[in-house]
Design a binder for this molecule. Structure first.
Ligand SMILES: [Zn+2]
Length: 135
C-alpha cells in the first residue's frame, strides 16, 4: 500500500476500481483523516453536488451516471424536479451514450412490459397452484 493517497487513488476508490484490501485500507484512512474525506467530497462534488458524509459519497459514488432505477423513475415521472433536471442535463448536455442506451432500452421494455408481466404472473400462479394440488 502506498504511503500517500493520491487523487487517482481516491477516484478509483469512488469507482470501486480497487482490490478489496485496498478499498478497505483507503476506507480506514479516510475515517482517520478528515482531510481525505474532504478531498473525496471535492472529487464527488465535481461529479455531482452537495455531499458531506462518507456514506453519502458511497451512495452517490455513481452520481455522474444515474442508474437504471433512476431512469425508470424518470420514465414514470416520479422524480422530483431537481433530479429530473439533472438527468435531462446529463442526457442532453453531457450527451451520455450509456444512459441514452439505457433509457431507450427501458422505454422498449416498458412498452413490451405490460404483456410480458401478465404472462409471467399467470405462469407463476399456475405453477403455484399446480404444486399445491400435487400435495
Ligand atoms: Zn450517463
Amino acid at each position: 500500500m502506498k504511503q500517500t493517497l493520491r487523487q487517482n487513488d481516491l477516484e478509483a476508490y469512488l469507482d470501486e476500481a480497487l482490490p478489496a484490501e485496498e478499498m478497505a485500507e483507503i476506507e480506514r484512512r479516510i475515517r482517520l483523516d478528515p482531510s481525505l474525506l474532504q478531498q473525496l467530497a471535492a472529487i464527488n462534488a465535481r461529479r455531482d453536488s452537495g455531499v458531506h458524509t462518507l456514506s453519502e459519497i458511497w451512495r452517490r459514488r455513481r452520481a455522474s451516471c444515474p442508474d437504471r432505477r433512476d431512469w425508470s423513475a424518470y420514465l414514470l415521472g416520479t422524480l422530483d424536479e431537481a433530479a429530473r433536471q439533472y438527468m435531462e442535463l446529463h442526457l442532453r448536455e453531457v450527451g451520455c451514450r450509456f444512459c441514452r442506451a439505457n433509457l431507450h432500452d427501458l422505454q422498449v421494455q416498458s412498452e413490451e412490459g405490460e404483456a410480458a408481466g401478465e404472462t409471467r404472473r399467470r405462469r407463476y400462479f399456475e405453477t403455484s397452484v399446480g404444486r399445491l394440488r400435487r400435495r
